[in-house]
Design a protein around this ligand. Structure first.
Ligand code: SAM
Length: 326
């Protein structure tokens, strides 16, 4: 078991497979983003080794993210190797869905169980504006492929004021009336160079709930007071699916945080919104033994920050979201 000094059991690792992405969402990274050379990123065997060591610390749930995880070469082989690692119980992925039409089935066959697919609006023109060039139809193709492959599906939407905060939110929530999906609305978080834009555009859960309820009827809490992962869940009248809210800004959930993050360049990041990181890549490449690496990991986890400091205007500046993975 990997405990931090606040008594939280940290057992869920989100692994960024690459800092590259095939979109440039306006709230995620600057348009002129530069990417790290591949030699600075974790190689497949290094990821598999770290996954094995994390399972030895009690981690059992792993999520692949990015950048865009599906642009990483050999992702299917990587998932196969992870799923064959004793102690790995759950493998999920957060993706923009663009490449799922050809990858969903192989990934499901390799042992992946769930995908969270990002789709901020159903409107093609607005989708293009938010992603800088994406086609929403490609995401739909990915969603259908994930469904056909039997993957559990959640949809993620980051809400940005004056871009997708009104009818887009209603259109997305309406999907839950007809599909057994969880549609989750994420409050936009501030990072690095894009923090001013992000802070100015946050739409809170309370406002979103009001917008959805006015159009589609009351949102009844599901398991009040309990979170599903990081989302508080609600249901519309007669709905098959659920509406979730991930409200890091207005309702932080740090007390129940069980996550750590591994960046594509091999840093263990202990809180999404804090700059603190522990370098695993350098000691690994310098020949550290498994015991030495696990000791570094354990120490890092012990010192995991309690939570973010947004209320005190502390904003992480060392990376933007696409370099951490969400
Ligand atoms: N490319 C993948 C995708 O689009 O899902 C995975 C990486 S992306 C960084 C992971 C998640 O973070 C996505 O759901 C994305 O919408 C969300 N995200 C990006 N920037 C964000 C921000 N500033 N605040 C909140 N969520 C953000």
């Amino acid at each position: 078991m990997a405990l931090d000094r606040f008594g939280r059991n940290i057992n869920y690792l989100r692994i960024s497979l690459t800092d590259r992405c095939n979109l440039r969402c306006i709230y995620c990274m600057p348009e002129d983003m530069t990417f790290r050379p591949r030699s600075e990123l974790l190689q497949d065997d290094e990821i598999v080794r770290l996954v094995r060591l994390f399972t030895e610390l009690g981690f059992y749930k792993f999520r692949l993210t990015g950048g865009e995880p599906t642009v990483r070469a050999n992702i299917v082989d990587l998932v196969t190797a992870m799923s064959l690692t004793p102690g790995v119980e759950k493998i999920a992925m957060t993706t923009n869905g663009l490449l799922l039409d050809r990858l969903a089935q192989p990934l499901a066959d390799a042992g992946m169980q769930r995908v969270n697919i990002s789709i901020d609006t159903l409107d093609p023109a607005k989708f293009k504006k938010l992603t800088r060039w994406g086609e929403v139809e490609d995401v739909w193709r990915g969603i259908r492929a994930a469904q056909a492959a039997g993957l559990e599906i959640k949809l993620n939407a980051v809400v940005v004021r004056n871009y997708n905060d009104r009818e887009d939110v209603v259109d997305l929530a309406r999907l839950t009336l007809y599909q057994p999906w969880q549609v989750r609305f994420i409050e936009m978080m501030p990072f690095g160079d894009v923090a001013d834009f992000q802070l100015a555009g946050v739409v809170t859960q309370a406002e979103l709930q009001e917008t959805i309820a006015a159009a589609l009827g009351p949102l009844t809490p599901v398991n009040p007071g309990e979170l599903d992962g990081e989302a508080s869940l609600y249901q519309l009248p007669g709905a098959q699916g659920r509406v979730g809210f991930i409200s890091s800004i207005s309702q932080p959930f740090c007390a129940s945080c069980n996550r750590a993050r591994l960046t594509a360049d091999g840093r263990l990041r202990l809180c999404l919104l804090r700059e603190k990181e522990v370098d695993l890549l350098t000691p690994m490449r310098d020949g550290a033994s498994d015991d030495e690496l696990m000791s570094i990991m354990r120490q890092g986890i012990w010192w995991k920050p309690w939570g973010h400091g947004l209320a005190q205007d502390v904003i992480p500046l060392n990376r933007v979201m696409s370099e951490i993975g969400g």
